[in-house]
Design a protein around this ligand. Sequence first.
Ligand SMILES: [Zn+2]
Length: 459
Amino acid sequence: MQKVAAYLLERTEDLQTPGARKAEGDRIRKVIEAWLRSKGAASVERAGTYAAVDGSDASYRVTTASDGDRSWTMFELTEVTKEGRRFVTTVSVTVGNKHVVVFVTMEVGSVSTLITRIDVDPRCPKVVRELLEQPGPWHHGASRLRVLSVVSGFDAGQSLAQEIQNVSRTIPFVVVSTIAGQTALPKLDAKLASDLAGVANVYTVDEDASWALTDTLRKPFSCYGGAVRVYWPRLSSQDEPYRHQLWTAARLQGLEDDEQFALDRIRRQVRTVIMRASAASVVRPVEIDDIRGAAARAEYATLKANANSLDDFKALADSYAADNDTLRRDLAARDKELEQFRGEVQRLEAEKRALLYHLGQANAHSEDGAEVEPDRPEDDDGAQPPTRGDVRFYKKRYDTPTHDVLVRVADCGHNSWQSSARADKARKGLIRLEGGTREWRVMQHCGTCTGGGMWRVQW
Ligand SMILES: [Zn+2]
């Protein structure tokens, strides 16, 4: 089996008492049971069958274990299509010592052995959306899971930039930039938010907020003008900018003649990229194995305490043997999974090399493939630090309360450079852009350019 997506939804607030955690676990299980019933399961006990939408062979199994106040319940749904493809979705609820955690995995495989990468287009399971709709905050590690967030204005953009840089962020952020309130494709932000519910946070930013992203993250890591960008956790200014995929508005709008087809393609692309990452990186909560281990040990202890005859001990030995078999099978499955991930890493490495090659071939050209290649991020204005004697031109593009946001531009061609004593915000903007350690010799502004904010700087 190949894991195609994994979700971790955590309840962490107001759960100090075992009673509160148990009640939350019960509430969550009810949502999952209702989902299972909505699929046609007659009961939600132990095991049974249900009617899959596409006529697949569909069955489910419920497994539970407990250890004192802690408990674990797993719902495993298996669907086998007529073509022999097997889809397994597991949804487990763990009531732990501190939190209540929902862990969801989606796997795909074949009934017969087949050594090939299976192309699937995983979708967010309905139960994940239903759980997220329940009142109260959900977390994934340190990050709070959110529905579509609208970020407007420079200050809000600055806060988002800080959240993007936050080293403890655990989930990808997807930023959809707008021009005059419009996304590059109709409702792109809402569609992506719906696709990525529980696995990434989606933000719509207006132009002012985009300026704040440019100002804080710098141009190679910014997102503006209708572009869409994925910001992976632990973003660093040392990262290669294309590690955080960017699709420009021109790319998105040029994908297909039909907007709807274009929308479908980019949605699939972003979904695949993020879900694949979740499958590889979301770690199964350790408390699950703690609880299961403790429950198994308790069961053995009871058997042992009550064993009087040779037959009883024989039964005990049998149950050990049965558990050993299960563990061996699990271990073999993990080995296989590991092998698959190794293959995946190699494939991604190859893809990366190919991507680098394409980027080297100047601007990416459009292809009719299913994959929507990311665009090359724009270079940093301050990438090459100025050296003594350089003359550079800057234009104020945005005004913040503390400094001007400057970008490097070409000479405006006027010849009316004037010294300016009161240019504190421009000076701060220049330091921000070109680094604080370098000193310029002359900073003059253009007296002819309308709107002001055109600077000539001699370093
Ligand atoms: Zn000028």
